[in-house]
Ligand binder design. Structure first.
Ligand code: C2E
Ligand code: MG
Ligand code: MG
Ligand code: MG
Length: 285
């Protein structure tokens, strides 16, 4: 097949792949030193309800490499997954986020603020002691597991579904919230979605982006919202950038939002100052 498509196509394709692999290996090599030198920092992106009240934040990891600058999270997370470093790095994120939540609770948070959402990669979730570990981090920080939402992805549901469901039930029983991130982009079969101990669906930004121009996306978003309601799940839309999107979502019954329309992910002190100490309604920003 490659032969049929001609030499130039093959070369271009393999060159890109080659560069991607090289970049990935380079990141894998840089990661351990980056952890040691504490080049990582947590950013926080606010989440709001339909009354424009702050209901929480998603924790997003940032890596500023001294010579390369900020590295895209999807690239370094993938590298960390492949090298196995996602385990200590993920532990660091969890521990740090729990500490931050505790600190903010002591300083004061609005009553509407429910919890911090933390991304969990498949490899992290698959650890035998994952539930015990994350429970230990909340105890260490002296916060209730109900203050933490674990964002998992559909890809985790592809293998060893029984074990995944069992672990989700355990976490659910411990009091953690569980959200299915990037919903709609993966392969989840609707039939088993019902069986999962989930609290929330996060509509992927890919469907939100073109709501104003793409009727298929409108239908998909509307269907996800309706489905979430039938299954008695919360639903939050990510990637909300425009008022039009916000109004559409609201009209269709989605009452939680996250996106550049409100704010980008920002460092902890900026987050607290901007959204807790001197809160202005997002629409007045
Ligand atoms: P995600 O969990 O789906 O996070 C949402 C991504 O969308 C973030 O990208 C966020 O900055 C971006 N975003 C938020 N609002 C908007 C918007 O209005 N428009 C657009 N275009 N984008 C928006 P980010 O921070 O680059 O992270 C990318 C991905 O990296 C995340 O996707 C998540 O899968 C992963 N990631 C980030 N931090 C962590 C972490 O601590 N652990 C793990 N396992 N994965 C992480
Ligand atoms: Mg996420
Ligand atoms: Mg997402
Ligand atoms: Mg994503």
């Amino acid at each position: 097949r490659a032969k049929e498509e001609g030499r130039s196509t093959v070369c271009l394709f393999s060159k890109e792949m080659h560069e991607e692999i090289e970049q990935n290996l380079k990141l894998q090599m840089l990661l351990p030193g980056a952890m040691e030198e504490e080049q990582f920092v947590l950013y926080f992106q606010p989440q709001f309800n339909d009354l424009e009240e702050l209901i929480g934040a998603e924790v997003l990891l940032r890596w500023e490499e001294p010579t390369l600058g900020f590295i895209r999270p999807d690239l370094f997370i993938r590298a960390a997954e492949e090298s196995g470093l996602i385990i200590p790095l993920g532990d660091w994120v969890l521990r740090k986020a729990c500490q931050q939540m505790q600190e903010w609770m002591v300083k004061g948070l609005p009553a509407s603020f429910d919890r911090l959402a933390i991304n969990i990669s498949a490899r992290q979730f698959s650890q035998d002691d994952f539930a015990l570990k994350v429970d230990a981090f909340t105890k260490e920080a002296n916060i209730s597991p109900s203050k933490i939402e674990l964002e998992i992805t559909e890809s985790m549901l592809l293998h060893h579904l029984d074990q995944v469901v069992e672990k989700m039930k355990l976490l659910h029983g411990m009091g953690f919230y569980i959200a299915l991130d990037d919903f709609g982009t993966g392969y989840s079969s609707l039939s088993y979605l019902r069986e999962l101990p989930l609290h929330k669906l996060k509509i992927d930004q890919a469907f939100v982006r073109d709501i104003s121009s793409d009727n298929n996306d409108r239908v998909i978003v509307e269907t996800i919202i309706a489905m979430a309601r039938l299954m008695e799940l919360d639903v939050i839309a990510e990637g909300v950038e425009e008022e039009y999107q916000l109004n559409f979502l609201k009209e269709k019954g989605c009452y939680q939002y996250q996106g550049y329309y409100f704010d980008r992910p920002v460092p902890a002190d900026v987050f607290y100052e901007r959204w807790v100490e001197n809160p202005k309604p997002p629409s007045a920003q």
